[in-house]
Every structure is written in C-alpha cells, then in structure tokens.
Design a protein around this ligand. Structure first.
Ligand code: ADP
Length: 492
C-alpha cells in the first residue's frame, strides 16, 4: 500500500506570545514530517531562548493582573469559548494530529473529542470548586482561632508536553491550570509543534483570554524547554515525557524550589492469572500494545503468564498481533500507524534486537512490514521467554512490542511486576476478582486495571510512583495541583 496524502493538513507556523501570533525574529522555521510517509509537510517557527524569556515575562505580567486570578466567572466564560472554538475547529485539529503524529484517523476520538470535552469539564469543575473552606475553631496555646483555607493560583505555570498524544496533553496540562487562575507558557514537543500552535491560534483568534495569560512557544531546541524549567519567574512546571527529561526538569527547578508535576515513563506489567479468560484478556492486551504504535506511557508491555498455561497464552497473543491492522493512518479501519520518527523506530528495533541477544524468543514481528517501506512502520512484535532483568524487560520501548515472562506462583508474579524503576500502571486479569484485587494492591504503581476495566479518566486521579512521576492529573486532586493553599488564622 502506498501512503496517500489526501488528508494531510499543515498547522499554524506562528507561536503566541503576549496575545500576538508571531514568528521568531529572523523568521527561522523548522520542518515537520508526516511519519506515515517520512515526508516534510510543513514548518513551525523555531523560537529561541530569548523568545521563551519574553513569553515568561508576558505570563508573569498577566499573573500580576488580579483580574484573571480572581474572576472565576470570566475564566469560565473564556474556557467555554475555548471549548466551543475547539469544537468548531475539530476536523482541522484531527487532520493536523494525524499529519504530525501519524496516529490512525480511526482512533483519534480519544485524542480530539475527549480533550475538547475535558475543556468543558474543567470549566465547570473550576466554577464549582470551593476556593474558601472554613475549617472551624482550633484550640492553640494562645487561645482559640478560626482557620480558613484559601485556595489560590500558584502563579506562572510552564507546561512542557511530549509528542505521543500532543493535543490531549496540551489540553490536560494547560486548561486546568488556566481555570485555576494561573497564567501559562506551553512548550510543545519538537516533533509535534502544531497541536500546540493551533491551540495558540484558536485562543488568540476566538476567545477573550487576555494577552499574556496563555502563551505557546514552539522550538526545535531542547534548550528552550530547559530555559522555561529554569526561569525564576515560573512558579510551577507541569511535564509529561521521559524520566530522563523529568530528572533534568526537577534539577533545573531546584534552584528556585519550583513546584513540579511530572508524568514520566512506565514499564507496566500485566499479571495474567491462571484462572483468566485468555480469549478476551490477551487480544485486548495485544491491541493496547499496537493501537498507538506502543507509544503510550501507561501501556502494560510486560505480560506475565502462569507457567501452567504459558504456551496457550503465547499462541493467543501471537495470533492477535499477526492479525492487527497496521498501515496508512488515513485509511479507515487501520488501527496501528507508524512510529513518530525514524530515530524512534530505530530505538524500538534496537531494543528488540537486544532482547533477542539476551535470550528472548522472537515469536512474531521484529522488523519493518514489507508492504510499508515508506514512513516509520514497525511490525507488531512478540518476544517470549524474556528474562525480567534484561534491558528489553527494564527499559521503556515505546513501540508495538510485548514481552512475555512465565511465573510459577502469585508471589513470584508480583515480584517480577515490581522489579522496575517505574511505577506508573499495571493490570491484572483473572476470574476471581477478589484475588485479582488483592494482587492489584500489592503492585507498586499509581494505577491498576483489572479485567480491562480502565483506571484512566478525567474524574479519577492519575499519577505514578517510583521514577514514573510526582503528583496527579485528573480528578479533584489533579485540579488542586494547580492551586496553593493559604491557611488563614482569624478571630472566632
Ligand atoms: P523524547 O525523548 O521521547 O523526545 P522527552 O521527554 O525528551 O521525550 O521530551 C518531552 C518534552 O520535553 C519535549 O517538549 C521536549 O522538547 C522537552 N525537553 C527535552 N529536554 C528538555 C530539558 N532539558 N528541559 C526541559 N524540557 C525538555
């Protein structure tokens, strides 16, 4: 099959600083590729560290403007305008997303419709939030005192986002921060600048969000994100991306003790119990591994099978992966597109090779699909007999790859699952739900899915343990991350 370009849509080239859509001085642009074909399909402005400093300055001045921080009804009005504007732009946003990410158009609902709905959710959640809480009379050695908690914006929030689900994460990292009364500078990923610049264009052209409250700085240089994370005028960084970059951001913020919200890597395990229904649990596991080309931090990529049913499980996974619809992301029905870039696919293929070198058995896949020579496609890949300590079982792959490891009893399964520097998600499948739940409680992760029932959604806190992150997104906990609590003691 050859890649069609009928749906390709280049996005906005300009960034948004202090209310103005603009190119960097001198007009330098950087290229954006369509991963489905490997072709350059447009450009975005390549901001400098000086541009970032201007954006932070604009956000800082806007945060000093008490109106945005204090006027909840105005913020509600602006974010509902944003919701309606995004909805009007929905089909363009969808084409821009498929163009720069290469995700199949058939599975864009979670990356377009859901985040647009989330804008409305956060507007309503923020409007109803109790920003002043009277905690009653407290006895102190100086006599009784009433205490009130005042929830106030943190200030200037820097949002740094990755390329795997860029529009969703641009919304998830900035909209609750804005509704909570903060001002924001968004730095989208190099490979996917348009899901950020489009948001900037829509904010500038179709909402009353004041100048400086929301800024978007696109750049091809990591130094520009680093400058945002080190700027003393930035009060908080919210970041989704690799653990290595998360460590750098945490270190950069240390000098000014910045509040830091991090969603980092994962290497989640799926414990399949001996009483599990393999015919439903394992095809679903294969689908989760392939549907975003494996480019998901919460993907349970380590399948742990009971030795008593090991061959049966490997066979079900093999069949599901071999029948998975991989191809051109514009073709309806395709569910796995390309990897985001040549470098990323090379990394995936290298990790598969390292797995085979360390003794894993290649059951299916392992290379580039023959019928897809252009673009950055990878075959759905199953590695069995994987040593839990080897590189491919320890490093995040971010490709359509599942590793399979046998275990002999529940304790061993839990020990293998917890043998990781990461602690983002996990999964347990089994007919006895009480037993599965007890195992879920022993997994050292922030989230667990049992029998395919997702832990993930806007109403529930989502965060990682160990080196998978700090803090929470979603739910009331996630909203409160963008607020500082001021405790005020006052007369009874
Ligand atoms: P990947 O390595 O897969 O590209 P990263 O976690 O490095 O993913 O990138 C996520 C985001 O972090 C991108 O927007 C990128 O520009 C940004 N980034 C990369 N390096 C730094 C850094 N040192 N400081 C701040 N942001 C950075």
């Amino acid at each position: 099959m050859t890649t069609t370009d009928t749906g390709i849509q280049a996005g906005e080239q300009r960034m948004l600083i202090d209310g103005e859509l603009q190119l960097t001085d001198g007009g330098t642009l950087f290229d954006v590729e369509h991963p489905g074909s490997g072709q350059v399909v447009g450009q975005a402005t390549d901001a400098t560290v000086a541009d970032m400093a201007r954006a932070v300055g604009a956000a800082w001045r806007a945060s000093e403007n008490a109106n945005w921080a204090r006027d909840i009804e105005f913020r509600f009005h602006c974010l509902m305008q944003l919701h309606d504007a995004l909805d009007r732009n929905k089909e363009r946003l969808r084409r821009v997303l498929v163009t720069e990410v290469g995700c199949p158009i058939s599975v864009t609902g979670a990356q377009i419709e859901e985040p647009i709905a989330e804008v409305k959710h956060w507007a309503e959640h923020g409007r109803n939030f109790e920003y002043l809480v009277d905690t009653g009379i407290h006895q102190t050695h100086l006599g009784p005192a009433r205490r009130k908690l005042s929830y106030e914006p943190v200030g200037v929030v820097g949002a740094i986002t990755p390329w795997n689900v860029p529009f969703y994460l641009n919304v998830a990292e900035t909209v609750p921060a804005l509704m909570a009364g903060n001002t924001v500078v968004l730095k989208p990923a190099q490979l996917t600048p348009w899901s950020g610049t489009e948001l900037g264009r829509i904010v500038a052209e179709e909402t009353d969000i004041p100048a400086g409250v929301f800024n978007v700085v696109s750049s091809n240089a990591n130094e520009v994100g680093a400058a945002l994370s080190a700027d003393p005028r930035v009060d908080m960084i919210t970041f989704t991306g690799s653990t290595a970059t998360g460590r750098a951001i945490l270190a950069a913020g240390a000098a000014t003790v910045k509040k830091t919200l991090l969603e980092l890597g994962g290497k989640s395990a799926h414990i399949v119990l001996d009483d599990a229904h393999f015919g439903s649990a394992l095809p679903l596991a294969a689908m989760m591994a392939c549907v975003m080309s494996g480019q998901s931090c919460i993907l349970p990529s380590r399948i742990l099978l009971p030795r008593s049913r090991y061959d049966e499980g490997v066979a079900v996974l093999k069949a599901a992966m071999e029948n998975f619809p991989v191809g051109d992301p514009w073709t309806p029905g395709i569910m796995q597109g390309p990897q985001i870039s040549a470098a990323q696919r090379q990394k995936v293929l290298g990790l598969i090779a390292s797995g085979i070198e360390s003794g894993a058995r290649l059951v299916t896949g392992g290379g580039v699909p023959e019928n897809l020579p252009n673009g950055y496609y990878t075959q759905p890949t199953l590695l069995a007999d994987v040593d839990p300590d080897c590189q491919v079982a320890q490093e995040e792959i971010f490709g359509p790859v599942l590793t399979v490891t046998p275990y002999d009893n529940d304790d061993e399964a839990v020990a293998i699952a917890n043998n990781s520097i990461y602690g983002l998600s996990g999964e347990v499948s089994g007919t006895d739900v009480d037993r599965a739940f007890a195992i879920a409680q022993r997994m050292r992760t922030g989230n667990v899915t049992i029998n395919g029932k997702s832990h993930f959604g806007i109403a529930s806190p989502f965060g990682g343990t160990k080196q998978s992150g700090l803090g929470y997104r979603n739910g009331t906990h996630g909203y409160a991350e963008y607020l500082a609590i001021k405790t005020i003691g006052l007369p009874e």
